[in-house]
Ligand binder design. Structure first.
Ligand code: KG4
Ligand code: ZN
Length: 408
């Protein structure tokens, strides 16, 4: 479908970029829509990354009760909130839909039913108001949003740790990602959620509404002895950058059962050592993440993929909210002379800002500015970038794990 733009600013920007005649204008606004999992998030931002308006309808408190994200409930709640979320983002930005230059929307990866709600609403707005639509990869958006807040030229290394993913990448451009490592089983946030549930942390009133990972972090802060429990280092013998978390979870469950037996714990009660168990587990998680990150740094340097004058690492995704894990990654990065950044915690978890920002980055480079978005572009399981996982394995880089016990 061809579109006649009412919006001359957008045409000017696209033309400027195509011919690279002048530096790119920031005088445009993007509406971002995120519905890939259990958050309905919207935001309006301008070309400079100023957040003009935002809204977030989190379903976490509801899903916690059901013991995990229920796709049908998530779908219903997105449908219930999408219009309000868009209206709220626009009204806090004091802008009308007709004055928005384009709509960016998450098309992959995520829950099919959830993605459909955001995409269908974005399509409706774009048809009704004659706007271009920009499809967004959720994980690319997590990776790039740090560029709003920090000076991060390409290329940089990114560690994406969330409820659905664990990915290590080199980001070479807005749409160029090299995948260095990924989880072979679960995601770290998913494991933290499961562990929190198994430890019954939600029975403690102050943690009852929190995401599992946040509850583990808060409990770990109260530990007396964070070294009481020892965990195996996952994939210790595999000289690659892949991850595995299920063994850590199984190890925790075994320790928990042993303690429950020891104390005769049943029903809703928690073991007395739950703070220490959370702290020891968090250290094990951080050491595994850091171990793979160190190998990724060495690999990128050996292959001349990093500019020695810009040695930067970004950590993003919901688990990046965890201060101990972030501090640990900063420590590991610092050993090799890298700076380590993350977006503000509320932008690490799912939100509309990162989707709108991805739209800004793409618009500035005239990537994927579409005039139609077929529903077939929705892709629940979309890989990220070009895989270099085999090349990392072949490089056979030995790395000794950095102990992080003293950082807590
Ligand atoms: O990125 P996100 O909002 O959603 C996905 O795309 O998955 O990440 C959600 C995950 C949940 O598993 C949650 O337990 C975890 O992020 N999380 C945390 C913290 N806050 C949220 N994990 C560790 N520490 C936190 N403070
Ligand atoms: Zn996410």
């Amino acid at each position: 479908m061809f579109m006649t733009h009412r919006n001359s600013r957008l045409l000017r920007i696209l033309r400027q970029n195509r011919w690279k005649t002048t530096s790119c204008s920031n005088d445009f606004t993007i509406l971002g829509i995120e519905t890939s999992c259990d958050d309905t998030g919207c935001a309006v931002i301008d070309g400079a990354g100023n957040v003009l308006g935002e809204s977030l309808y989190s379903q976490n408190a509801i899903h916690v009760r059901y013991g995990g994200v229920n796709p049908f409930i998530a779908h219903e709640l997105h449908r219930e909130h999408i219009e309000t979320a868009v209206t709220e983002a626009l009204s806090t930005a004091k802008i009308k839909i007709k004055d928005i230059d384009a709509v960016a929307v998450t098309v992959k990866p995520g829950l099919l039913l959830s993605l459909q709600v955001g995409v269908q609403y974005a399509k409706y707005i774009c048809m009704e108001y004659n706007k271009p639509i920009i499809p967004v990869h959720h994980m690319e958006a997590h990776a790039l949003v740090a560029r709003i807040y920090h000076n991060l030229p390409f290329p940089f290394i990114v560690l994406l740790i969330s409820g659905g993913h664990c990915l290590l990448c080199l980001v070479q451009d807005v749409n160029q990602f090299l995948l260095l490592g990924e989880s072979l089983d679960n995601a770290p946030g998913e494991i933290l959620d499961k562990v929190a549930r198994r430890m019954k942390l939600k029975n403690i009133k102050e943690y009852s509404q929190l995401a599992g990972g946040k509850a583990v972090e808060e409990a770990a802060k109260k530990a007396n002895n964070s070294q009481q429990f020892q965990f195996p280092l996952p994939l210790n013998r595999n000289r690659d950058c892949n991850f595995s978390f299920s063994g850590l979870k199984d190890s925790l469950v075994r320790k928990l059962i042993k303690k429950e037996k020891e104390h005769g714990i049943t029903g809703d009660c928690l073991i007395p050592e739950y703070n220490d168990l959370c702290a020891s587990f968090q250290i094990a998680l951080a050491e595994h993440l850091g171990h793979r990150l160190e190998r990724a740094i060495i690999f990128c340097e050996e292959k001349n993929l990093i500019n020695p004058n810009n040695k930067n690492i970004v950590v993003s995704g919901g688990v990046a909210c965890n201060d101990f894990i972030f501090k640990s990654m900063q420590f590991v990065a610092g050993k090799s002379g890298y700076s380590c950044y993350r977006p503000p915690p509320k932008v690490c978890t799912d939100n509309g800002i990162m989707i709108a920002w991805n739209g800004v980055e793409k618009l500035k480079k005239s990537y994927q500015i579409q005039y139609d978005l077929p529903l077939s572009e929705i892709d629940p399981i979309a890989p990220l970038g070009k895989s270099l996982i085999h090349e990392v394995k072949c490089a056979n880089i030995p790395v000794k794990v950095t102990k992080l016990t003293n950082l807590l």
